[in-house]
Structure formats: C-alpha cells, structure tokens
Design a protein around this ligand. Structure first.
Ligand code: NDP
Length: 330
C-alpha cells in the first residue's frame, strides 16, 4: 500500500520536492469502518489552498497524507451500510488503500463511465450548477463571464449558461486554450488573460457588459471583471486560484466602491452548502448531457505516483476539463 505525504509545506510555488511517496501497512478497518481501494482521485486547485492554512476545512500540515475526494471500491466492510464490491465516494487520502468510517462514505449509482461521477455528476458539475444557478441567477439574454474557462468547473459553467440562453464569454490562458473553449465548448468568445491587451479584448467580447461573473481565479482578473459589470450584476466567488500558489497575492482594488456604484452583489459559496439541491442539479445535468447540450471533458492522469505532478500541472494550466488521477481499475 502506497501513500503520498506532504514532506514540507511550500512557501512559494509547489514542487515535487514537497511530497514523498511511502510504502505503508495495509490499513485494518475497525468497528463500523470499511476498507477502500482507490479507483480515481480528484485533483483540485483546493489541494493547494489547503496547504496555505485552515479554510472551510483543517489545514494540511507537513507529515499529513494529502486529503482527496475519491471514488473507491469497498474491499471489506465492518458495517451493515455497505458491502464488498460497492462503488463509493469518500474523502480519503492520496493512497492505494484507506480505511474509513462507513457513515462518511456515499454509495454511488451505477453510472458509466465511472469518471463522470467525478466530473459532470461530481464536484465539478455540481459546483458549476450551484454557483451559477443558485447564486448567479442568470437570465436568458444576459452575458455570463467565467474565468479558468477550460478547467473542470469553468467548462460546465459556460455550457450550462449557454443551455440557459445566455451569451457566454470565457477567460483562459493562451490562444490555443481560448480557441478550444470557443470551438469545442461552444462559448461565444474567450479572452487570453496572459495577453497584455486583456481588458480591451474583454470589453470587445462583452459589448453589453457583464451581468454574471463566475470567478474561479480572484486577483487581477477579478479586478478587471468588476470594471465590466453591469448595474445589479452578480459576482459568484467560487475560488481564487491565482492566489493559491504564490506568496504575494494581490486582491482587486476599487472595492467596495465598484460594488456600491454598480449595486453589485458578490457572494462566495462552497459546493457542500447546496447538498440539499444536488438531486435537482444532477437531473438538470443529466438532461443536458443526454441532449448533447453539455459535453464532458476529462483529463485523466494514470498512476498514484503521478498525483503531485498532476496537481502542479493543474496550477500551471496544463489541464483541459476535469483533472483526476486513476489509481486502479473500475
Ligand atoms: P481547474 O480544472 O479549473 O484548473 C485550474 C485552472 O486554473 C488551470 O487549468 C489554469 O487554466 C487556471 N489558472 C491557474 N493559475 C491561474 C492564474 N494565476 N490566473 C488565472 N487562471 C489560472 O481547477 P478546479 O476545478 O480544481 O478549480 C477551479 C476553481 O474552482 C478554483 O478556484 C477552485 O478553488 C474552485 N472550486 C471551488 C469549489 C467551491 O465549492 N467553491 C469547488 C471546486 C472548485 P489556464 O490555462 O486558463 O490558466
């Protein structure tokens, strides 16, 4: 049984040296626990933010195994709730096998491919749906702007907004990614934030201003987006990836001035807040996927040992779609 532990906390950018792969004993599940074999691990920008300190969950410290959301097979059960062979979602760690309290494990439906339970029907799709619909309240004909547009959450935000009849503009890194967002994901436009002319390009791409900005990145891009917001616009604060992997994070200027003058509403959320509306989200997502309105892009990296590289690469913008690591077969 292999496990990846945080060897040292980063002070600047994350590198492979911050992790160590260890051979550890096979866990023995106690009373009420299950032994889980990891199939897929979600690679999230949040993994990096947990290393910066306590957030909505405890901080990850040096010496900790990296926590992760995973899809697993039950290998042994000491609980009547689950049986050997069940497919489950659980918060585990970067490891081949873990033992877990059966009450904290969620049995998954038999959807195939299993990876869809992590992308469109998992954290990415649910975050996109709840943030956009539950907080952004987009109305057909409005302009929705989304950053990290080619990423796990961003791809679904834009496609959901299109399905709801909005004009959709993305922000992503590099001309190639922006082209992919427009041609493959079907956004109306996508602007490269690395281009020094970003503000002008964004203004041209949003001739009627921005009604909903779904912010995955914070920092300078959030500042730029705020200038383009229409009166009574909604800013959905989903994450701040531009600030996770650096020691000098700058926030937007002109706050709260712009909020006051434009009567903006800016609201953060964590996907779990909307758990009571998950069934609605899943029904809507399934309908759109089956109708071909939402295409699902996944970026699967093979091998537990490649998890650190997968996270470092995600922060550098290597991925298109939902990044995850395959640890073992379905
Ligand atoms: P993504 O799959 O979206 O990957 C992250 C992308 O962010 C990269 O591909 C990269 O694309 C972009 N990026 C990296 N650095 C920067 C930067 N400095 N400025 C702008 N863009 C950058 O990752 P996740 O889906 O894991 O996360 C997306 C966001 O959603 C994160 O902020 C995360 O914390 C948040 N999140 C929030 C949840 C919630 O409940 N609130 C739940 C899940 C995620 P590019 O090539 O375009 O730079």
């Amino acid at each position: 049984n292999r496990q990846i532990t945080v060897a040292e906390l980063p002070t600047g950018a994350l590198t492979a040296n911050h992790f160590v792969l260890q051979e550890i004993e096979m866990p023995t599940p106690g009373e009420g626990e299950v032994l889980l074999r990891t199939i897929l691990m979600s690679i999230d920008a949040a993994n990096r933010s947990w290393m910066k300190g306590a957030t909505y969950r405890d901080a990850v410290k040096a010496g900790d195994a990296m926590p992760t959301y995973a899809i697993c097979e039950v290998m042994h059960s000491n609980s009547p709730r689950l049986k050997k062979g069940d497919l489950v979602a659980a918060e585990t760690v970067w490891a081949d096998y873990t033992a877990c309290d059966a009450r904290k494990v969620q049995k998954l439906p038999g959807i195939r491919p299993v990876s869809n339970l992590m992308s469109v029907y998992g954290i990415a799709g649910k975050t996109a749906f709840h943030g956009l619909v539950g907080i952004g309240h987009p109305i057909a004909g409005e302009t929705v702007l989304v950053s990290a547009a080619a990423g796990s959450v961003g791809q679904f935000v834009g496609q959901i907004a299109k399905a709801l009849g909005c004009r959709v503009v993305g922000i992503a890194g590099g001309a190639e990614k922006c082209g992919w967002v427009v041609e493959t994901l079907g956004f109306d436009a996508c602007v490269d934030y690395r281009d020094p002319g970003m503000f002008k390009a964004l203004r041209a791409a949003c001739p009627d201003g921005v009604d909903v900005y779904f912010d995955n990145v914070g920092g300078q891009i959030l500042e730029t987006a705020l200038f383009l917001m229409n009166e009574r616009g909604r800013v959905v604060c989903c994450g701040a990836i531009s600030q996770y992997d650096t020691a000098d994070a700058t926030g937007p200027r002109n706050l709260p001035g712009l909020l006051v003058v434009k009567r903006l509403r800016m609201e953060g959320f964590i996907v779990m807040d909307f758990a009571d509306r998950d069934a609605t989200a899943l029904r809507a997502l399934q309908t759109w996927v089956q109708a071909g309105r939402i295409k699902v892009f996944e970026d699967i990296v093979d091998g537990l040992e490649n998890a650190p590289g997968a996270l470092i690469g995600l922060l550098a913008g290597e991925n298109k779609g939902k990044r995850m690591v395959r640890v073992g077969p379905d």
